[in-house]
Design a protein around this ligand. Structure first.
Ligand code: NAI
Length: 336
């Protein structure tokens, strides 16, 4: 059989962690033929709860799970990990300034970057989930210069999947028949969910989502630009309102999708959205972690090039890029 891969989950005693670790242990992230050793990190106040999660993992008797490390020691947690899913962070609390939350997360991601750099396996793949996800990932990249920059990414796949889900609901088609939406930019409400290139597999072949919308199926074309975009942008807030807790199962599932497609490849003709270090493709700012459409093969992602961008898209891609540049400046101001 295959050698086990070591997967780190930080913030593993939290909500997303609780949904995510059983998925990883079942092979949802790396494949049902891939044994795993879970490394779970949390902070001392959560140590007891973390140990409870470890007990449940033992109780679930997952055949693929070859070991569990549950610790509050960052170095121990990072030791030899092949995949690192960074879910731990400092949440925004009532009355806190944006800058104060940023400062807390910058300090967390700076120190965890060093720990990963020193202790993780070479070529470790990193996915940052904790908010502000793009900027936390950028700080991690800046302070782990020996980790290849293409190995550091952030999660916008949840937003991507939300867009697929909305199209499926509105056009009354199976979600598995919808593909190639794009989330551009920041994992925040400035993100741009773009359906201009999305398609649906129908009985009469592949149709563009715009074309289907034009035929009057459930959505008006104008609404693809207005209501659809704001529903996807505000979906996180809607979940909090309904559950009194933020999205956890969908975040965990999307984190598995992100890593699985990155490691095992995207299907032919399909792209997904990932927050990656921008090279300035599509004239968006370089030097920030920006969500792009990517295809993956042999463990590497590549930005899909050459898609036509209309004027409305241009504006929205620039606006979310400007927000990321601004967040980067704020993060740097917290370092000094
Ligand atoms: P949670 O508060 O339930 O769990 C967070 C856990 O992180 C807690 O157990 C906490 O003790 C731990 N933690 C805090 N500081 C840590 C540190 N320095 N090292 C290790 N662990 C640490 O939060 P939840 O709901 O699990 O969400 C986690 C993060 O994911 C939040 O930042 C949230 O905003 C973000 N998120 C991102 C999404 C995305 O699509 N990118 C979607 C949903 C949530």
């Amino acid at each position: 059989g295959k050698e086990p891969l070591r997967v780190l989950v930080t913030g593993a005693a939290g909500q997303i962690g609780y949904a995510l670790v059983p998925m990883i242990a079942r092979g949802v992230m790396l494949g049902t033929d891939q044994p795993v050793i879970l490394h779970m990190l949390d902070i001392p106040p959560a140590a007891e709860a973390l140990n409870g999660v470890k007990m449940e993992l033992v109780d679930a008797a997952f055949p693929l799970l070859k070991g569990v490390v549950a610790t509050t020691d960052v170095a121990e947690a990072c030791k030899g990990v092949n995949v690192a899913v960074m879910v731990g962070g400092f949440p925004r609390k009532e009355g806190m300034e944006r800058k104060d939350v940023m400062a807390k997360n910058v300090s967390i991601y700076k120190s965890q970057a060093s720990a990963l750099e020193q202790h993780a396996a070479p070529n470790c793949k990193v996915l940052v989930v904790a908010n502000p996800a793009n900027t936390n990932a950028l700080i991690l990249k800046e302070f782990a210069p020996s980790i290849p920059q293409q190995n550091i990414t952030c999660l916008t796949r949840l937003d991507h999947n939300r867009a697929l889900g909305q199209i499926s609901e509105r056009l009354n088609v199976q979600v598995s028949d919808v593909k190639n939406v794009i989330i551009w930019g920041n994992h925040s409400s400035s993100q741009y969910p773009d359906v201009n290139h999305a398609t649906v597999n129908t009985e009469s072949g592949e149709k563009s989502v715009r074309e289907l919308a034009l035929f009057g199926l459930c959505i008006m074309p104008g609404r693809l630009n207005g209501e659809f975009i704001s529903i996807v942008q505000q979906r996180g807030a809607a979940i909090i309102k309904a559950r009194k807790l933020s999205s956890a199962l969908s975040a965990a599932s999307s984190a598995c999708d992100h890593i699985r497609d990155w490691v095992l490849g995207t299907p032919e003709g399909t792209w997904v959205s990932m927050g990656v270090y921008s090279d300035g493709s599509y004239n968006v700012p370089a030097g920030v972690i920006y969500s792009f459409p990517v295809t993956c093969k042999d463990g590497e992602w590549k930005i899909v090039q050459g898609l036509p961008i209309d004027e409305l898209s241009r504006q929205k891609m620039d606006a979310t890029g400007a927000e990321l540049v601004d967040e980067k400046a704020l993060a740097y101001s917290c370092l000094s």
